[in-house]
Ligand binder design. Sequence first.
Ligand SMILES: *Cc1c(COP(=O)(O)O)cnc(C)c1O
Length: 338
Amino acid sequence: MDNNINWSELRFGYIKTDYNVRCYNRNGEWGRIEVSSSETVTMHMAATALHYGQQAFEGLKAFMGKDGKIRLFRFEENAKRLQDSAKGILMAVPPLDLFKKMIFQAVKMNRRFIPPYGMGASLYIRPVLYGTGATVGVRPSSEYLFMVFVSPVGSYFKEGFSPVSMLLTKEFDRAAPLGTGKYKVGGNYAASLTSMKKAHDEGYANVLFLDSKEKKYIDECGPANFFGIKDNKYITPKSDSILPSITNRSLEVLAKDMGLTVERREVEEAELSTFEEVGACGTAAVISPINKIHDDQTGETYSYGDKPGPISTKLFETLQAIQIGDIEDKFGWVDIVE
Ligand SMILES: *Cc1c(COP(=O)(O)O)cnc(C)c1O
């Protein structure tokens, strides 16, 4: 059963595991779940995924607890979000039960790739849905593949929980106000690559996008949601082009539970100067604290100190402790994979 993985050296990347699971939808009907040990897929060269971007995905993690139990965090929320993404770009909608069966099966069959407890590592689960039917004219496919593969991933923070810097630039938009920003579709990522490269080239972790219409309000933060803390408040932007992060929604609940007031509302760029702590949140890192945000047009730099703030740290530690089963799951967020 040895898999020769050096758990402490793991990064956030792809590592081959034993199996993936697949299910086709043909003419509106879901077929049987197939188990595969192949890393490749064969599809028609005219598949809608390749030409018209009919593709959506999800990302969630399985954690090994101290008690030897495998835990999943709020997977039903990922299932519902995939359904929303599928509806948003007219793809076949995987039933919740199919989603559950496939992720449980993918985790169980690759049990030996789940990193041991206590290393900050986990098994990343990647469900992906896309149009495989051949069409040359623009229309939705009549055939879809829903597939789930997994990969062990390391702790996001190699040198401990530490802050990153963000580039605020008005040069690029990630998603249009009435567009697909609220769906987890590959097209949004394609649209963000040039801006991300610019940020990386200039020494920043990622881009903090402003709303595409007015260039006034904070929107998505790279591939993550944004939040700010001030006056005992957890504040996160409200926008139709932001992907509804499950991590963000969970942090809102934890913040409330800690006695903070939660506000989900428009956040103007100018308000950045008033926050005590700011961060990006999502499944990959839970929270990436932000130490500075640089606006490349105005030359303004908003700074938050080089250490993660106390509230971000407490939120981060609490959410992680729930995920791995170190503290009580009082919100009913965790499912055990038997
Ligand atoms: C997946 C994703 C997030 C984070 O969502 P979680 O459910 O917290 O993992 C945030 N923004 C974008 C653009 C995403 O694709």
